[in-house]
Design a protein around this ligand. Structure first.
Ligand SMILES: Cc1ncc(C[n+]2csc(CCOP(=O)(O)OP(=O)(O)O)c2C)c(N)n1
Ligand code: SF4
Ligand SMILES: [Mg+2]
Length: 281
């Protein structure tokens, strides 16, 4: 076995419970490389949402917190606020992050707290049997949209940008090198970072959305659908329909919640001490 695997992953958990051909293993590998190259495994704490993808962080050799459905962002914020040396990563499915967890996600972006959300977009509720998620493409026939999904897929990168996230990127399981690099940048970014991964779920979205449970067919769909900004610009408006923008989409620096809060506490303590009040603020 590759030495990276033994150092970074809980190999006693292998083979993991995911279906053959699931993209979650590719995401876990990209994260493992990023964490190994940064040399920060002892400082990483992962949070998992519900769903198949929520278990990605549990196979890394680091602290792991299992959140309830949709509540991963506030748990991750709590972990960061109590120990700023931690590198907190939240692994969330598209159902978990964009539906029940949408409100918490918005305010994580808005507060610009230094955590990394890795959102695994398999276009469906995988674990529970293939119900339509906000990210499921329009027209998809699923157990909860038997006549075809009416609404267009929600673009969570646009939501993250609009809500105030300061690092936003989207890659795919067909771009594992770019994905790993982007996760590295996101971990080191001093603010709320959001990395979305377009991935394959042969068992549910393969069957219901893409008409094939073959991981190779699904990876081909990903390759044909995902386009960088410069590739997108070469397409006509008609050709752009249904394509998904990938790339490192936004990076900016803004005041970060934990740093500002700790600085404020230090200033207030200094002020209280100067006034002879002492005690903790
Ligand atoms: C409050 C609550 N409601 C519903 C569920 C059932 N549930 C478990 S996993 C899941 C869907 C997860 O889908 P997604 O977040 O896309 O993850 P995936 O399995 O696709 O990786 C749901 C609805 C739950 N665990 N808790
Ligand atoms: S149901 Fe889909 S997301 Fe879940 S383990 Fe299987 S292939 Fe992966
Ligand atoms: Mg999903």
């Amino acid at each position: 076995m590759h030495s990276l695997s033994k150092r970074v992953f809980r190999t006693d958990q292998f083979p993991f419970t995911w279906c053959p051909g699931c993209g979650n293993g590719t995401v876990a590998h990209a994260v493992g490389i990023a964490v190994e190259e940064l040399g920060i495994l002892d400082r990483v704490c992962t949070v998992g949402g519900v769903g198949c993808s929520g278990w990605i962080g549990s196979i890394l050799r680091c602290d792991f917190f299992k959140a309830i459905h949709g509540r991963g962002v506030p748990n991750a914020i709590g972990l960061k606020m109590t120990d700023r040396t931690r590198k907190v990563m939240f692994f969330s499915g598209d159902g978990d992050c964009a539906a029940i967890g949408g409100n918490h996600f918005l305010h994580g972006c808005h507060k610009n707290v230094d955590i990394t959300v890795v959102m695994i977009n398999n276009q469906i509720y995988g674990m529970t049997g293939g119900q339509a998620a906000p990210t499921t493409p329009v027209g998809s026939t699923t157990p909860t949209s038997p006549y075809g999904k009416i609404e267009a897929a929600l673009d969570l990168c646009k939501v993250a940008e609009a809500a105030g996230a300061t690092f936003v990127s989207r890659w795919s399981t067909a771009h594992p090198v770019q994905l790993s690099r982007s996760i590295k940048r996101a971990i080191m970014h001093p603010g709320f970072s959001y990395v979305e991964v377009i991935t394959q779920c042969p068992t549910q979205s393969g069957r219901y959305v893409h008409g094939s449970g073959d991981p190779n067919v699904l990876l081909d769909w990903i390759r044909q659908t995902c386009r960088t900004k410069s590739q997108m610009e070469k397409l006509s408006p008609g050709e752009r329909a249904g394509k998904i923008l990938i790339g490192d989409l936004l990076e900016e620096i803004r005041p970060e919640l934990a740093s500002v809060t700790y600085q404020l506490m230090a200033d207030l303590q200094k002020k209280a001490a100067a006034q002879g009040q002492g005690g903790a603020v």
